[in-house]
Design a binder for this molecule. Sequence first.
Ligand SMILES: [Zn+2]
Length: 856
Amino acid sequence: MPAIRPRSGSAALAVLFLAACTALTGLPATAEPVGAAKAPTRNEHPANGVERNQVAALDAPAARAAVVPGGANRARPHQGYPRQTSLRVYPEDANDRSIKLGLYPYHALAPKLNELQERSDRISVEVVGQSTLGRDLYLVTVTAPESARETREQQRWKELIEDDPVRAARDPRLRREYKAPIWINNNIHGDEWEGTDGAMRLIEHFATTSDRATLDLLGRTRIYFNVTANPDGRNAGTRPNAAGFDLNRDFATASQPETRAMREIGLTTQPLVMLDEHGYTGDTLIEPATAPHGQNYEYDLYIKHAYANALGMEAAVKALGYAETESVTIPFRDLAPGDWDDWPPIFTPMNVMYHGAVGHTVEIPLRVNRASYTDLPVSELRRRSAINTDVAAATIRAAITYTDTNRDALIADQIEFFRRGRAGEAQRHIPDGYVPGFGPEDRYSTTFARAWVIPSGPAQRSEAAAARLVDMLVANDIRVTRAHRGFRLSGRAYPAGSYVVDMHQPKRGLASALLEAGGDVSQRVPQMYDISGWSLGLLWGATVDRVASGPVHVPGRPVVAAAPTGGVDAGPGRDLAITVRDGKDVQAVNDLLGSGLPLRRAADGVVIAPAETRAEVLEVADRYGVRFTAAPPGASGTPMRPQVIAGAVAPDELKALRDMGFEVRPVNAAILNAGFDWSRVDTLYVSSGLRYSDLNPEAVAALTTFLSRGGVVTRGVTGARFNADAGLLAARAVAGREDANGVVTVVNGGGLTRDALPHSFVYSPLWFTDLGAGVAVEQRYAADPLVAGHWLPRANGTGGPADAAGQASVVSGTDERGARVVLFGSEPMFRDHPKGLYAQTANALYWTAAVPALTR
Ligand SMILES: [Zn+2]
């Protein structure tokens, strides 16, 4: 056991209690932790993990944000500061949930920012993207005016720090005149409002003050405010964005426009210090986080500033003088390992740490969302929100002061961060007591690869997946080279066109965090805050080779975008075939089906297109970057058609299924009970928010009729329960520990998963035993399944990876009414992330719909 710092014991109990509530009993988890738990747990957050099995996603209301055209645009390149934009103004929305709290409704932000830009040449506003519903995302830059030449110089220094850190370290003018960049991110969780209001207060102050010291400060810094990172959530009072995604879990995926805008802000501003303003944890909470610490950080450079900055913010919060601000939690100092970690690169501050910033999550104290929002009197809500706004403003002010005071050291350490990367140096050993409380339990490190190769040619499992991965790396500012000609590395030969990630580069930490397998932290901490495994190298469907050492001299060109990959490898007159092993393949097949082409699905899952569809196939192959080959002579199969799915699914699955081109009609018990029209549905997919026992007799009868001609796919505990209650497949579902998650090794069978990856992803893993006659095992957990993540047995010894070893993770069979059924115990579409697993779901859906003699 690692040494345990002081902690509140109730937190772990709350985790266990809540975890117990979400077991196969199907009882919904309570949203709030039990008692006065000090350490917030992941179970506190709805839509965060196992809870996503509880409420099915429905389509967002048709009423989209009314957008007034015109007005907004980006600044011209090489423009100085201010960069003022006449922001388009949105219609007033009396239902904006901010209003009740006395805070800025979204529609009031643009008028205020327009006014401040008119009053001050220190305020610039740029629109850096749009939310899911089309609301503008505002990046406010506060700094003393700059000529275009001065701005170019600042930009050159910023690039020098990353690209030539040795020279940057020796540049006296850079050291003197580089304006310290600070990024304040706000309201990423839409119902954690007051970061925005604290930011607006400071923006107004900076715009209007005549205080000499403040004006001097703005000559030394640029302060960037993402005013609200989640405008749709702010307006609707929801934690996730309008697509149901938790944006602060999305950084290893960047599936959402709001996340991509934040990623871009981080890259273009290259902050020294970054705050992400959240709420509400009772106490104010200020990172640095507990262990496990991400093993790819330059953690020594981070923690010395993060800890000191947190102490400054703590003092500023306490100085506010409210009874509610007397106590501040700094997880690194006050909580136990695993309570509030910075292990996965899915959170905003952890993402920017890999770009050389000192990132902090800040949680303002007083709850005003969820039940409090509806239950508390307006006066009390506004009292709380006013204090919360003060706390947010105090932390922002303190972080600005810390950055300004420690500007030289912060710049030097960011330069050092990039220098180590470019030089390929090992991470530093950090001695005990390096900062107060640093001990063995905080020590996490990795051995960086010398390079990663994403091969082209026959060794590549999916060229489309390879291109997607390369584009993801490049979007994260990771340098990738495409080889001009064939080369050898680590004794292996690679053809021209292969991609190389030379790990002697500034962003090697992020490259490693995304590509490496990860680590199994089960034995080091009793629990984790969120997911603990995510490897894009193992889960995104591309073959990726690790090169441990040796010289890397691969002549090639820096990649801006992956090269096109689509094509047809067969002469005219031949029937064409595609093996469905990636979501991109599924998109291509569904696109062709949508165009009415007569595709057939062979018994081995290969999809056949007749020779006369060649022109359409060529176009689609190009569109999705997939390759068709010649079908074996005489190949045949079951006719396919565009598939309609009734989906009781989580928001992430809804997105993944629709992105693959399936028509999904969201359902839940209420919708089915209201006389759902099954006539065009091929398959029912159940993973969230549907219980068979909630169906009324008419709905049961309609479902029974459907089962004589349609199929069923389920995922997770909700799906397995539905399978049992509806009497579909004879298979007993066994639940692993509810908070277990990570990358696992699986053994695929010869059927639906014959072309699947040897790895999968689990969250609340499930397996199937006591299989009835005719129930086939499609996939099993390997003998030692966990590759990376956190998976322990429960306190009573059950539910651990040893219990899952060798058990069935995916099974299939035919219900006695005729329905083909597939049950998933793994998570092939979790948070739109494990892209290399999507084809498993698609092949299951295709198979369930391919009932012979089925006509419509
Ligand atoms: Zn939050």
